[in-house]
Each structure stands twice: as structure tokens, then as C-alpha cells.
Design a binder for this molecule. Structure first.
Ligand code: ATP
Ligand code: MG
Length: 334
């Protein structure tokens, strides 16, 4: 279930306005870059934008039945310009491997123009290493594609503003055409921030279909849940879904603090609160069910140099707005 967080709503509203503004623009179309720490809902936000844009357009008959209004591709690691063009071609269903870079690019662009593509979503932008020649060429390729395809480009990646994407002559052009939408972990300091987090927890709890679960249990644990997950929506979603799965498998059909404690989270969430994670893990090892399972899941000593940087806490757009579960976005049509 997707919760309509302030970030999702902001990306949806801004994205739709960009599509409208770009509609009659022949060049220098304006785009968006969604950037923030891992697991803060970037992919979800841009794919929801694509989904709702297409659904609304089809419902209103503004999109032809055979059109392909939205394209979603991810930047492969160490992407070259040809690899990027191949990703577009694959999405359309072309088998491009025997073509040259120029041919694949031309075929993909021509077909996307014919199919009425209006929104291009490019994810995992941090895979572009602008500091290398290949990375810089791939970023030029994105610019070239955005000139050839009359669509709004929405890019997303982990903290991309720190990758040099906006630096130098190349970066200057990107900076002048794209607006940055930051994503971040939910905070839990002020009353407004706590209320926003509680709305998220309550919406997730309402989506549970456990026979013996008492609604309100998770809401009461919202401070604990924030502590466990560092306010990361991805970690919260994982924690609640895994605890729900455990409740179904063990037949208890309810989530409690003890069952949440037994869920192992991703490293970046656990790193937010190392002493608690250690205490929790040692308690889990004492748990009667832990025995063989603990042996099976035991991990060798971790080298923390390889762990991601702790999340930078930036305020996403208006966290105070109430949250709504998976509902079409009511914004002006293009
Ligand atoms: N609005 C939301 N409602 C419910 N679940 C969400 C929402 N946003 C994100 N999630 C969940 O959080 C997890 C991470 O989300 P997502 O993949 O969008 O984050 P990301 O910022 O793109 O992560 P990464 O940086 O690793 O690519 C997913 O499992 C997703 O289901
Ligand atoms: Mg993602």
C-alpha cells in the first residue's frame, strides 16, 4: 500500500505542472530531480507520478489507446551513452543489441515521439559518475534524449547534488533546467513532525489485515518505531510488513513491540541507534526461537567503512499536511 506522503504529493503536483508547462515547448524543457538519502521514497514518488499521470490521461481520453505516455528506466552502473539508449529501447520492447549507439538512440527517440511519450522517469541517477569521461558522456546523452523526446524528464537518485551533476559547464545547463526536490527521513522533534510521523504509522496500521491485531497498537509505539527506523519510510514499511508476515506465519495474527523487536532491519536503520541494535540483537539471541535461526542468519563482523553515510536530515515539503492512502492525485490535467 502506498501512503500519500507530502513528498509524493509534492512530486505529483510539481510534475504535472511541469508537463503542462512543457507541452508547447520545443526545446529547453524544464525537468525535476528528486534527490535524497537511500530509502526515502524517491522511486515510489516518481513512479506514482507516472502512474497517476497515465491513469488520469487515459480516463479523460487525453491519451491515445496505443500511446506510451510514460517511460521508466534506471541508469545501469557505469552507464555509457549506448547503455542508456538500450534501456529506453528495452522499455519500448526493441531488441537493440545488434545496432550501433547512434542507431539505437535514433530508433528509441523516433518510436517514443510516435508513441506520444510525455513523461520520462530516469532512476538511479547516482550511477552516473560525472567525474569520469564515460559518466560525463552518459549525462550528455540524457541531455540529448531530453532534446529529442518532447517529454518532461524527471530524474531520481541518491544525493545526486553531491555527485558533481550541477558542476562545471555541463552541470550549469542541468542546474538551469531542473528543479531539485529533496527527500529526507521523517523527523520527530517538534509537535508537527511527530504528528506527521504518527499519521504515516496510523495509515500503515490501517492497511494491516491481521485478525487479532488491535488498531492503535502501532500508533502508541510511534516514538519507538521512529527510534528503530530513524524516520526512514523504507525501513518502517519493511519493519511493519515483516512483523505482519511473522504474525501470519506464527498464527498470532497481531503485531506487538516484542514481535517488532525480533525483526532485523537494514544496516542504515540499525546504525542510527547502535546501542539499541546491539541490545536488541543480544535479546533476540536469547529468544527461545532464536537457536538454529540465529545460526543461519548470523553475519560475519561488518566493516562499517562500507556502510552508507548517515541520512542527512532535510525537511521535505510540508510534513504537516495529512496523509492519504493510495488515492488518485487531484491536480489539474495537462
Ligand atoms: N509513500 C509510501 N508509502 C508506502 N511505502 C513506501 C512509500 N514510499 C516508500 N515506501 C516503501 O519504502 C521502500 C523504499 O522506497 P523507495 O524504493 O521508493 O525509496 P528510494 O528512495 O527510491 O530508495 P533507494 O535510494 O534505495 O533507491 C519501498 O519498500 C517502498 O515500498
Ligand atoms: Mg530508488
Amino acid at each position: 500500500m502506498i501512503v500519500f506522503t507530502p513528498t509524493i504529493r509534492y512530486v505529483a503536483a510539481t510534475g504535472r505542472k511541469r508537463i503542462l508547462l512543457n507541452r508547447h515547448q520545443h526545446s529547453a524543457r524544464r525537468g525535476l530531480i528528486v534527490s535524497g538519502p537511500a530509502g526515502t521514497g524517491k522511486t515510489t514518488a516518481i513512479t506514482q507520478l507516472g502512474k497517476h499521470y497515465e491513469q488520469l490521461g487515459r480516463r479523460r481520453g487525453e491519451i491515445q489507446p496505443k500511446a506510451l505516455p510514460v517511460v521508466y528506466v534506471t541508469v545501469p552502473p557505469a552507464a555509457t551513452p549506448k547503455m542508456l539508449a538500450i534501456e529506453f529501447a528495452r522499455f519500448i520492447g526493441l531488441l537493440p543489441s545488434r545496432y550501433s549507439q547512434v542507431e539505437v538512440t535514433n530508433k528509441a527517440c523516433d518510436l517514443l515521439c510516435t508513441l506520444g511519450c510525455r513523461l520520462v522517469l530516469i532512476d538511479e541517477l547516482h550511477n552516473l559518475d560525472i567525474g569520469t569521461r564515460v559518466g560525463a558522456e552518459a549525462s550528455d546523452q540524457i541531455k540529448y534524449l531530453s532534446e529529442r523526446i518532447p517529454a518532461t524528464f524527471v530524474l531520481a537518485g541518491v544525493d545526486v547534488e553531491g555527485t558533481g551533476l550541477f558542476a562545471g559547464r555541463r552541470g550549469g545547463q542541468i542546474a538551469s533546467r531542473y528543479s531539485l526536490i529533496p527527500t529526507s527521513a521523517f523527523r520527530h522533534k517538534t509537535a508537527d513532525q511527530r504528528s506527521s510521523w504518527q499519521s504515516l504509522v496510523a495509515t500503515l496500521e490501517e492497511s494491516l489485515r491481521l485478525h487479532a491485531h488491535r488498531t492503535g497498537t502501532l500508533l502508541k509505539l510511534s516514538a519507538y518505531l521512529h527510534d528503530r527506523t530513524g524516520g526512514m519510510i523504507g525501513s518502517l514499511s519493511h519493519l511493519v510488513r515483516e512483523a505482519a508476515l511473522d504474525a501470519i506465519l506464527d498464527g498470532s495474527e497481531r503485531i506487538t513491540k516484542a514481535s517488532l523487536e525480533r525483526v532485523d532491519l537494514d544496516e542504515s536503520a540499525e546504525q542510527q541507534n547502535l546501542p539499541r541494535a546491539r541490545r536488541r540483537r543480544s535479546r533476540n539471541e536469547d529468544h527461545p526461537d532464536a537457536g538454529a535461526a540465529a545460526d543461519a542468519t548470523a553475519r560475519p563482523g561488518r566493516d562499517h567503512r562500507f556502510l552508507p553515510e548517515p541520512a542527512r536530515r532535510r525537511q521535505p515539503p510540508d510534513h504537516r499536511a495529512p496523509l492519504v492512502a493510495d488515492r488518485p492525485v487531484a491536480t489539474a490535467p495537462p
